[in-house]
Write a protein that binds this ligand. Structure first.
Ligand code: ASP
Ligand code: MG
Length: 436
């Protein structure tokens, strides 16, 4: 069994939806995971916000506009009166459901129900379309098997135990379709895997039923070795290890939901990143293998704030870092990079909601310096012990750029550097020229 996930743009228009059959071979065993039609989840978020703000008029207008878009969508998708009627009944049902929340108390529970409608719509429309053209498919309700626990962690075993019987029940079928992103939480309520979570769904399903392969279909031919928007002549990376892919997914490369790497890694399911617009291109294969002696890719993440805490109390003290980190923990602010010396520690964050409180508390330790508008540049490849020369090439490429932090040795597969965002473009280009 293979898992094929198609993102919002791959089902973004009736034409694109129809062209999925260039890629999906209905006679092969597979589960197709679909995102909502591009733009839909954003619109649903706006509708939920309007309800949240008790702006029923605005909610009504937004719903009307989205409903009208789907009306156009189904007219192009279906060619028979029967098909069109099935599509219309479906969209009318979902938009009536969304409209009904105007009469209810609006809580995060209702919000999540609204956010779930996009994937429910896209998958059912596709299932109806296949039916209209005579292609057999089974629609699997993700809400019957996708589950997260009380810590919002997906329950892989549970997913397998509940999905496998559904597959067995339709053992003579080959093409299964299900919703990305949506799930149930520990209370049994409708919930989701956070924005962009359809990749995560695909990987979780792959892990849960020990699939042969997970394919993530987007509109770029795999992960590139640098940011194609900034650097000319980037190329797709043929192969990455799960660790390298997780690193790159977190930094810059928006092509893969960072968490989606972990279930596939744990259960050793290969993940392929492929391009809907160019199905024959090789894309990127992610496996347990890491290629020795190679630099794979350069990525960057903007919007970083660096904090330096300088304290003579740190000298020869123990427990100092713990007390520093506890402050960040209390404010639920993740730390990305850390570098330390004997009397100072620098670290970076990308979530600044509680920055003022954090700084106020850090000042108890000593002097605190804060720099915003920073960018983490991450070079991924084989930086394991025993490999030499790569770090010096990286630093040499950046010799004309002021470096705020350098983090090396934290893992075997990357070196991260902090530069001013103003210097990012030059840093990426210079590294590209020097390393590839
Ligand atoms: N539809 C959801 C979103 O827009 C999930 C996804 O597309 O992966 O975030
Ligand atoms: Mg996505």
């Amino acid at each position: 069994m293979k898992i094929l996930k198609f993102g919002g743009t791959s089902v973004g228009s009736p034409e694109r939806m129809k062209r999925l059959l260039d890629i999906i071979r209905p006679q092969e065993k597979q589960i197709v995971v679909l995102s909502a039609v591009a733009g839909t989840t954003n619109s649903l978020v706006e509708i939920a916000n309007a309800y949240q703000n008790s702006d029923k008029q605005k909610a009504k207008e937004l719903i009307k506009a989205l409903h009208a878009k789907y009306e156009v969508f189904i007219k192009e998708l279906f060619s028979s009166d029967e098909g069109l009627a099935s599509g219309r009944e479906l969209i009318d049902y979902h938009f009536a459901l969304i409209s009904d929340f105007a009469n209810e108390l609006f809580t995060p529970i209702e919000e999540k129900i609204i956010l779930a409608q996009g994937e429910l719509l896209s998958t059912t429309l596709y299932h109806f379309y296949l039916k209209e053209i005579g292609v057999k498919s089974v629609l699997l309700p993700a809400l019957d098997f996708m589950k997260i626990d009380e810590d919002n962690e997906p329950m892989v075993e549970y997913i397998g135990e509940h999905l496998q019987p559904l597959l067995d029940k339709h053992a003579d079928n080959t093409l299964f379709i299900t919703q990305g992103y949506i799930c149930r939480n520990s209370f049994g309520e409708i919930d989701n895997l956070r924005r962009g979570g359809s990749d995560y769904t695909a990987s979780l399903i792959g892990a849960a039923i020990k699939a042969e392969e997970v394919q993530i279909w987007t509109d770029i031919d795999g992960m590139h070795n640098n940011d194609p928007r900034i650097v000319k002549g980037t190329t797709p990376i043929a192969q990455l290890s799960f660790d390298e892919a997780a690193e790159l997914a977190y930094f810059g490369a928006k092509i893969l939901h960072p968490q989606s790497v972990f279930p596939a890694q744990k259960y050793k399911i290969p993940v392929r990143l492929l391009n809907t617009m160019e199905p024959a291109a090789a894309g990127t294969l992610i496996t347990n293998e890491s290629e020795k002696g190679k630099i794979k890719s350069i990525a960057a993440k903007d919007g970083i704030t660096a904090i330096k805490i300088q304290s003579s109390r740190m000298l020869l003290a123990y427990g100092f870092l713990r007390r520093v980190f506890e402050i960040f923990e209390r404010y639920k602010t993740p730390i990305d990079l850390i570098t330390t010396s004997e009397v100072a520690v620098s670290l970076t964050i990308d979530e600044t909601r509680y920055l003022d409180d954090i700084i106020r508390e850090l000042k108890d330790f000593g002097t605190v310096e804060v720099d915003d508008n920073q960018t983490i540049i991450c070079v991924v490849g084989d930086f394991s012990v025993g490999v030499h020369g790569f770090a010096s090439r990286v630093l040499d490429a950046l010799k004309h750029i002021p470096l705020r932090m350098v983090s090396y040795g934290g893992s075997n597969h990357n070196i991260s550097l902090l530069v001013k965002t103003d210097d990012k473009t030059e840093a990426l280009r210079s590294l590209h020229n020097r390393l590839f």
